[in-house]
Design a protein around this ligand. Structure first.
Ligand code: ARG
Length: 456
């Protein structure tokens, strides 16, 4: 079978070589973008008088037929036509005859593939932003229910200070808010048209790049033809943003895994998002959370793949760049899947308020508060720290907690202690009072919820 570019060849590659070079197995995902890009291109060619109106009309009709077929999954792609661009061009000439061969006037696959992937990225980034929004609203709803649910806050995974569970959830809300900002900001660079850059140097035909950009709803055009066909930094940026989101999801998953263990029992993951063991009848495993944590590695891997593919490439297009697609497609699929599963899992999660509250009544997470109590009475913080440290040690030795210490022991430690210390130390009160801006106090969290709602 002769190639669409076969004129200067006297020998043909064997099939296995063709298979190695072909990208159709994966770039067929770009079929709609490819045809849409071609429709804009041919419209422009006719408007600029490069193609006769009837010719352009015939080509456009043929492309529209192919687009309809693509929507119904009726197109049959072939490895012998290498990639999505040549497969579509072949199908077009089969559909409309030799005039189909005029579509590629003033265009190269190099600006064509770049256009396709910009269109694809724009669509996917927009839908990922919507998914993040959805997750954020689930988090805010849950946070609203748990403003006054107190549980241990940790540093070094050691009990640190009691906090509001709603406050903890909102911490993730803000991470996802920044992720959303990063994606929105990146759209500025994605929403740029490479079409009309040609193979690398532009074209002698009187094309109108602004017009194709407008027809494809791009906000700008690349200013340099070499840059237009060589740029993949918008894909690297996407993989970096995707990695960041996966990292945030992964940390959250790690917490859910810990919290749903017998040791914590702070939450229960719905049966709908858990699995059993083939051997141990009692098991309920947080598989979905673990998988998201695991899949984070894939997305990081894709980022590294792209950075490495691009690092040594001379300008302009190189076939190496065909390797950009699979990691990007995989990252999009993995990220969207993870966001959907995670959001569903959070919607169905059961929060064991009692276990959380019980945890903070049986620990020393109110020790800072006890030191602050003394500070309020004029004792320097460092000295208060030492006094409380000794009291904690005494409790540990006697298997009790700070609220169990009798008044005489408190008095012995410092004459500043009075009866009101018991109320002051109550974990609920401890949390309630922390109303510094961005703190875990109930009114601070309530204010943060109002603020958060404005972002979704
Ligand atoms: N399949 C190619 C890719 O994905 C399309 C561009 C090919 N251009 C070329 N001059 N070989 O990168």
């Amino acid at each position: 079978m002769s190639k669409l570019w076969g004129g200067r060849f006297t020998q043909t590659a064997e099939q296995w070589v063709d298979e190695f070079g072909a990208s159709i197995s994966f770039d067929q995902q770009l079929v709609k973008e490819d045809i849409t890009g071609s429709i804009a291109h041919v419209t422009m060619l006719s408007k600029c008088g490069i193609l006769a109106e009837e010719e352009a009309e015939t080509i456009k009709k043929g492309l529209e037929t192919l687009l309809a077929k693509a929507e119904n999954n009726e197109l049959d792609f072939k490895v012998e036509y290498e990639d999505i661009h040549l497969n579509i061009e072949k199908m077009l000439t089969d559909e409309v005859g030799a005039v189909g061969g005029k579509l590629h006037t003033a265009r190269s696959r190099n600006d064509q593939v770049a256009t396709d992937i910009h269109l694809y990225m724009k669509k996917e980034v927009t839908s990922i932003i919507e998914q993040l929004n959805r997750l954020q609203s689930v988090l805010v709803q849950l946070a609203e229910k748990h403003v006054e649910t107190i549980f241990p806050g940790y540093t070094h995974l050691q009990r640190a200070q009691p906090i509001s569970f709603g406050h903890h959830l909102l911490a993730y809300f803000w991470m996802f808010e920044r992720d959303k900002e990063r994606l929105s900001e990146s759209l500025k660079r994605i929403n740029v048209s490479p079409l009309g850059a040609g193979a690398l140097s532009g074209t002698t035909f009187p094309i109108d790049r602004e017009l194709t950009a407008k027809l494809l709803d791009f906000g700008a055009v690349y200013k340099n033809s070499l840059d237009a066909v060589s740029d993949r930094d918008f894909l690297i940026e996407f993989c970096s943003n995707a990695s960041m989101i996966m990292m945030h999801l992964s940390r959250f998953c790690e917490e859910l895994i810990l919290w749903s263990s017998q040791e914590f029992q702070f939450v229960e993951i719905s049966d709908k998002y858990a699995t059993g063991s083939s051997m141990m009848p009692q098991k309920k495993n947080p598989d979905m959370a673990e998988l998201i944590r695991g899949k984070t590695g894939r997305v990081y891997g894709s980022l590294m793949t792209l950075l490495t593919v691009m690092k040594g490439l001379p300008l302009a297009y190189n076939k190496d760049m065909q390797e950009d697609k699979e990691p990007v497609f995989d990252s999009v699929k993995t990220l969207k899947g993870s966001l959907a599963i995670f959001t569903g899992m959070m919607e169905e999660i059961t929060v064991n308020k009692d276990k959380m509250e019980k945890a903070v009544s049986q620990d020393f997470s109110n020790a800072t508060e006890l030191a602050d109590y003394l500070v309020n009475k004029g004792i320097p913080f460092r000295e208060a720290h030492e006094i409380v440290g000794k009291l904690v040690l005494r409790c540990i030795e006697n298997h009790i907690y700070l609220l169990d210490l009798p008044m005489n022991i408190y008095k012995e430690a410092s004459s500043c202690f009075e009866e009101d210390v018991y109320d002051f130390l109550h974990p609920y009160k401890v949390v309630e009072r922390r109303n510094s801006l961005g703190g875990t106090g109930f009114s601070a969290v309530q204010a943060a919820i109002e603020e958060a709602k404005k972002r979704i």
